[in-house]
Design a protein around this ligand. Structure first.
Ligand SMILES: [Zn+2]
Length: 319
């Protein structure tokens, strides 16, 4: 039998990550190109087509051995059509990405949002390998999420399922969110939120070690908390309490076997996981909590392209 390959393409605000992966999960090549966001990102599909052609030639692979492209973008994506409602970082608005990429490349194309691809990636080759019911959370500049239910990514009625970052956790007085509302999980637990909260905490506790820092990062807050700084500890306790509550509530809806945490903030490891698990246990229905374990993501920045390839593997089989 001739080996078949899947292409993953993860379009981000600064780079487009790509990979050619066999259906057995062997990564043949992984590379990236800069994202050309000029003219509202109109050259991006062309750039993807060119780099794929060049790479297939270099790898001596014919297009007939490629099952398709699984592409991801940050924002609101209709996965059934590949239509991008809006991807702010890239400049796309009401853009028929899936159709255009298919026409240019002549390959089958499946599209989903980047957080769903990361969940699929961890579900195929990472910390959530083979887990039937999985919640994957990316804690970075924003908060992304993807839900695998009964072995499949959950998209919902119009592709909004798993938008964990926009679960409301503060009904009044919350910070404004990119989605146009306020008090979302993203504005309370992302790296950006940790920095904002640290700056607020310093106003109340001017003796905090954070007060003398110029450009506070989320990492600084974790370091200061470890060293016993009360302001930093208070910020992280707020964050883990809120995140624990949100994940506990999601757990009752999804009943996951595992919750995988990725993104920059997750690099804090046990310093994040331990208080998070405590808050989660406190708020979660015990029977649902018993079934669920927490784990740190394993694939880092590769999760998206691996997830893209996984999307191809899954859906091209069904054709
Ligand atoms: Zn929001």
């Amino acid at each position: 039998m001739i080996e078949k390959y899947c292409i993953g393409a993860d379009v981000g605000g600064t780079t487009i990550k790509l990979a050619v992966i066999s259906t057995d999960g062997e990564i043949l090549k992984k590379w990236e190109i800069p994202t050309d966001t000029s003219e509202r990102g109109k050259h991006i599909t062309r750039d993807i087509n060119i780099t794929i052609d060049n790479t297939l030639e270099e790898l001596n692979l014919h297009k007939s051995s490629i099952l398709g492209i699984g592409a991801g973008a940050p924002g609101f994506v209709d996965s059934s059509t590949g239509y991008i409602n809006e991807a702010i970082n890239i400049g796309w608005k009401h853009f028929d990405f899936g159709v255009e990429l298919k026409q240019l490349t002549g390959l089958n194309v499946w599209v989903d949002n980047d957080a769903n691809l990361a969940a699929l990636g961890e579900n195929w080759l990472g910390a959530g390998r083979g887990v039937e019911n999985l919640i994957a959370v990316t804690l970075g500049t924003g908060v992304g999420g993807g839900i695998i239910a009964n072995g499949e990514i959950l998209n919902g009625a119009n592709g909004t399922a798993g938008e964990i970052g926009h679960v409301t956790v503060k009904t009044s007085g919350g910070a404004p969110c990119n989605c146009g509302r306020s008090g979302c999980l993203e504005t309370e637990t992302s790296a950006t939120a940790i920095v904002r909260k640290a700056k607020e905490a310093v106003l109340e506790k001017p003796l905090s070690a954070l007060a003398s820092m110029k450009d506070i990062t989320a990492k600084d807050v974790f370091v200061a908390a470890k060293e016993g700084d009360a302001a930093a500890q208070q910020v992280l306790s707020d964050v883990t309490e809120t995140l624990g509550l949100a994940l506990a509530n999601l757990t009752v809806a999804v009943n996951p076997n595992k919750i995988v945490l990725g993104g920059g903030v997750s690099q804090a490891g046990d310093q994040l996981l331990q208080p998070l698990k405590e808050a989660y246990s406190k708020h979660c229905l015990p029977r649902a909590a018993e079934a669920c374990v927490f784990e740190l993501a394993e694939l880092g920045n590769d999760a998206g392209v691996i997830g893209g390839a996984s999307l191809v593997k899954q859906y091209s089989n069904a054709q």
